[in-house]
Design a binder for this molecule. Structure first.
Ligand code: HEM
Length: 140
C-alpha cells in the first residue's frame, strides 16, 4: 500500500474519469461558479461554451489528474499551463475555493478515503495562485 501511487490508490483512469465527470456536472449547476455565476466569464462559459467544450474539458481535467497523481500519463506539454488556461475566466480566490469545496463533495460522494481525499485536494489547492492570476491581475 505504502509504495502505491495516488493514481493507483484512486483506482486508475476509469475511477478518476468518473470523479471528474461528476465534479464537472456539479460545477455546472453550482450557483457561485456555474451557469448562474455572477462572474460573467464563468456564466458565459457554462451556458454557451460548455455545449461544445465540456467533453474536452472533462478529458483534459482527467488527463491532468492522472498525470499529477503519478499515473502513466503526461499533461505538461500536452494541455495548456493552468495559468494560461484560466486567465481569461478571471476566477477569484473565492470562486476557486467554491470549486475546491465542490471537488471535496464529489470525493465524498465516491467515498474516497480521507488520505486520498486530502492528497487530491492538496494537489488542487496548490494551483490556486496560477488559476486565479487572471482575476488578481484585473484587480491591480
Ligand atoms: C487546480 C485547479 C484546476 C485544475 C487542475 C484545472 C484543470 C483544467 C484543465 C486541464 C483545463 C484544460 C486546459 C486546456 O485547454 O488545455 C481547464 C480549463 C478550464 N477550467 Fe480549469 N482547472 C482548475 C480550476 C478551475 C476553476 C476553479 C474553474 C472555475 C469554474 C475552472 C474552469 C475551467 C474552464 C471553464 C475551463 C475551459 C476553458 C476552455 O474552454 O478552454 N477551472 N482546467
Amino acid at each position: 500500500m505504502a509504495g502505491k501511487t495516488l493514481y493507483d490508490r484512486l483506482g486508475g483512469v476509469f475511477a478518476i474519469a468518473a470523479v471528474v465527470e461528476h465534479f464537472s456536472d456539479q460545477v455546472l449547476e453550482n450557483p457561485k461558479v456555474g451557469k448562474r455565476s455572477k462572474n460573467p466569464k464563468l456564466r458565459a462559459w457554462h451556458t454557451k461554451d460548455a455545449d461544445g467544450r465540456m467533453p474536452g474539458l472533462k478529458f483534459m481535467r482527467t488527463l491532468w489528474v492522472c498525470a499529477v497523481t503519478g499515473g502513466p500519463f503526461k499533461y505538461e506539454g500536452v494541455g495548456k499551463p493552468l495559468g494560461e488556461a484560466h486567465r481569461e475566466l478571471e476566477i477569484t480566490p473565492d470562486e476557486f475555493d467554491e470549486v475546491a469545496a465542490e471537488l471535496g463533495r464529489t470525493l465524498d460522494h465516491f467515498k474516497i478515503p480521507r488520505r486520498e481525499k486530502d492528497e487530491v485536494l492538496g494537489a488542487f489547492t496548490k494551483q490556486k495562485g496560477d488559476v486565479t492570476a487572471g482575476a488578481l491581475a484585473m484587480a491591480r
